[in-house]
Write a protein that binds this ligand. Structure first.
Ligand code: NAD
Length: 440
């Protein structure tokens, strides 16, 4: 099938590459010329395991091309997948500007019948509107239908999640649209559920918000565990045996981040509000997460008189391991606070440093300073305090004794509960984590 994918971010690029890997002819189109230039040379703009190899392989066998020429890319497509960003408006609703731009471009470019598939996360009812919009602006007399095919990949495991997805959701209003999508996904050999467009759009938000809720619930329980001397990790383990609950997504920490959960919870809450309904559970997840993201900073502020002139090691800045994405990462909230209070920050992240330095360059600030480190050891040597924001393998490999050996004062605030408090205490490290007592 001749497929065009619009938008080459995490979703569009990974989907396009995986469609090519499954034997389809894929053209990826984006407005970002530098990105398309790099991609045409086989260089991935994002870090995802196996992605660059698959890009290079599929370019070389002639199944994958990249362009900014949308007229050509849309004009020749049988199916167009739309994977452009749908960020958050100030009021929490989803900003559909990119979707509208693409819809207009499609309407003005296509010259034969075409199925447009919305892969971006969009509020319920958007596919209906996109179909109407394209038909309103069509230049040539062709048939256009819109389907919904939400994406469930997680950053850090995006290629695997696409090739071995738990399920494919197809939201289609006609036999024609349904059959086209079933054909495209046939080589993937994955479970497929076909529903109507609105249900497909709702499945995406309901799934993401349920996961966000699970995280906030565990963080809420973790905060109570601290007050009553229970251990959240033992509690989670005990809960996870229950098949009705499951053991995934029970890790307490410093809250969810990334480009999806924060905006998708707010978007669903806003959608409910627009319909006169209060989505109380999701609102509670949002509120809990806001507080949780500052949990470590608040703990450290209580423990110390000041951060001024302290060497503070920062281990991990991305919102989770396996990605260089910083969107809504807790580090982006905590690091400016530490700087404002005069800390000299020594930052290590195996992948995210380059992106982080475009927000916070190395050097001196009005108060405090930032230095990027080539190793965990460089960050830790002579540090007064360590904050762990991301559980990268490199960071998990640091031994408890290393903190005692390298740091000036072995005081660690861990937002990812990497270590056992008992092991840290035995190594002589004062260790503060989430939902667990400090062992002395
Ligand atoms: P992204 O910001 O990484 O990428 C979006 C891309 O769209 C960019 O490369 C941008 O240049 C391009 N773009 C913008 N306007 C365009 C236009 N008119 N024509 C062509 N390209 C254009 O976004 P993302 O993280 O891939 O997310 C895309 C959508 O998928 C969002 O709705 C998001 O909620 C959803 N989603 C994301 C994830 C994830 O983990 N990132 C997972 C599932 C669903």
């Amino acid at each position: 099938m001749n497929i065009t994918v619009s938008g080459t971010g995490y979703v569009g690029l990974v989907s396009g590459v995986c469609f090519a890997e499954m034997g389809h002819n894929v053209v990826c189109v984006d407005i970002d010329e530098n990105k398309m230039d790099a991609l045409s040379r086989g260089i991935s703009p994002i870090y995802e395991k196996d992605l660059e190899d698959l890009i290079q392989k599929n370019i070389s066998i002639g199944r994958l091309t990249f362009t900014t020429n949308f007229k050509q890319a849309y004009g020749n497509a049988e199916v167009i997948f739309v994977g452009v960003g749908t960020p958050e408006n100030k009021d929490g609703t989803a900003d559909l500007t990119n979707i509208a731009v693409v819809a207009r471009q499609i309407a003005e470019s296509i010259h034969h019948d075409c199925l447009v598939v919305v892969k971006s996360t969009v509020p319920v009812g958007t596919a209906d509107k996109v179909e109407q919009f394209i038909n309103d602006f069509l230049i040539n007399p062709v048939k256009v239908e819109v389907a919904s095919n939400p994406e469930f990949l997680a950053q850090g495991s995006a290629v695997r999640d696409t090739l071995q997805a738990d399920r494919i959701i197809i939201g289609a209003e006609s036999h024609w649209a349904k059959e086209k999508l079933l054909d495209i996904y046939e080589p993937f050999q994955l479970p497929i559920l076909v529903v109507n467009r609105r249900s497909a759009e709702m499945i995406k938000y309901a799934s993401n918000d349920f996961l966000a809720l699970k995280i906030s619930y565990m963080n809420d329980i973790a905060n109570l565990c601290e007050l009553v001397d229970a251990d959240i990790q033992d509690v989670a383990k005990g809960m996870g045996y229950d098949k009705r609950i499951g053991s995934n997504f029970l890790n307490a920490g410093i809250g969810y981040g990334g480009s999806c959960f924060p905006k998708d919870t707010k978007a669903l809450s806003s959608l409910a509000k627009q319909h006169g309904y209060q989505l109380k559970t999701v609102n509670a997840a949002i509120e809990t997460n806001e507080d949780q993201r500052l949990k470590l900073y608040n703990k450290a502020s209580k423990r110390l008189i000041t951060f001024n002139n302290l060497k503070v090691a920062i281990l991990g800045v991305t919102f989770k391991p396996g990605t260089d994405d910083l969107r809504e990462a807790p580090s982006l909230l905590n690091i400016p606070l530490l700087l404002e209070h005069g800390a000299n920050l020594y930052i290590y992240d195996p992948v995210g440093q380059k992106n982080f330095s475009s927000h916070y360059a190395e050097g001196n600030y009005a108060k405090g300073s930032i230095t990027y480190c080539a190793s965990t050891e460089e960050a830790l040597v002579d540090a007064h305090v360590t904050f762990i924001f991301t559980e990268w393998e490199d960071i998990k490999k640091i031994k408890c004794e290393d903190y005692a050996q390298f740091m000036k004062t072995p005081l660690v605030f861990d937002g990812r509960n990497i270590y056992s408090p008992q092991d840290m205490a035995l190594a002589g490290v004062e260790y503060h984590s989430i939902g667990r007592a400090v062992e002395m």
